[in-house]
Design a protein around this ligand. Structure first.
Ligand code: KIV
Length: 275
């Protein structure tokens, strides 16, 4: 049996079972090469619709399409073997009706081979989440700051900074869990609220700008590697790849201009005729 066949991919039920247990490590990836690197350490790889901003330079995730998500989801599946791959349903692909959500989700699962989808929204999306989970589609919820609502929200700002706003956000968490989601991303909420949501939710919470008490954490890979020009307050930079990439490109440009690249070891010698 090959090494590839021996590696079992984590499933949505595996992640669901981690409530209150070993913290869940999650990161985004949109490409096969980064997926291979992330796969060695992460339990969950999210093909986030943040790819619209990170890969394509859009101002928000609103312009992202289902086809874009499927293309990158497929690439991440090819690059990974162990992590559960979750693909975001983009804005416009699921809000209209439960049936529209089902059609989008089944396209993503069939065409990428991933193990689950994620969608944004709490109480307002609970009926849709139930419709999907009752039809064998694993759903990761996403509450707190929901970036796809940027046009209605006006800005990307932290939620639940005032205690008066907590009941609605806690109700979102309960509704998503009761509807059958196997885990919930909790984005940009006041730290004590992130802790309270984690205590209240029967499924794992995966924090991004929430609380260290969450059952897991997620960051956008390019943000934590120091490749994104602007990052939210909740991002810790674990690397600073921007300057080393710039340095490598500068050295390449110099050597091309000086004709010192390619060197003999990077070229193919002529084959001598055999006598
Ligand atoms: O799109 C994304 O990358 C996300 C994470 C920030 C959770 O939804």
């Amino acid at each position: 049996m090959s090494a590839q066949a021996e590696t079992r991919r984590l499933t949505a039920p595996d992640i669901r079972a981690r409530k209150g247990g070993e913290p869940i490590v999650a990161l985004t990836s949109y490409h096969a090469h980064t997926a291979r690197l992330v796969d060695a350490y992460a339990d969950v790889i999210l093909v986030g619709d943040s790819l619209g901003m990170v890969m394509h330079g859009f101002e928000s995730t609103v312009p992202v399409t289902l086809d874009m998500m499927i293309l990158q989801g497929h690439a991440v599946m090819r690059g990974s073997r162990r992590a559960l791959v979750v693909v975001d349903l983009p804005f416009g692909a699921y809000e209209e009706s439960r049936e529209a959500a089902f059609r989008s989700a089944t396209r993503v699962l069939k065409e990428t081979g991933c193990g689950a989808i994620k969608l944004e929204g709490g109480v307002r999306m609970a009926e849709t989440i139930r419709f999907l989970t009752e039809r064998s589609i694993p759903v990761m919820g996403h509450i707190g700051l929901t970036p796809q609502s940027i046009l209605a929200l006006g800005s990307f700002k932290a939620q639940g900074r005032d205690r008066a706003d907590w009941p609605a956000i806690l109700a979102d968490a309960r509704a998503v869990a009761e509807a059958g989601a196997f885990s919930i991303v909790v984005e940009a909420v006041a730290e004590p609220l992130g802790r309270e949501i984690t205590n209240a939710a029967p499924v794992p919470t995966i924090g991004i700008g929430a609380s260290a008490a969450c059952d897991g954490q997620i960051l956008v890979l390019e943000d934590m590697l120091g490749l994104s020009p602007r990052v939210p307050k909740f991002v810790k930079r674990y690397g600073n790849l921007g300057p080393s990439i710039a340095q490598a490109i500068e050295a390449y440009a110099k050597e091309v201009r000086e004709r010192t690249f390619p060197a003999p070891e990077h070229t193919y010698p002529e084959r001598k005729p055999t006598t």
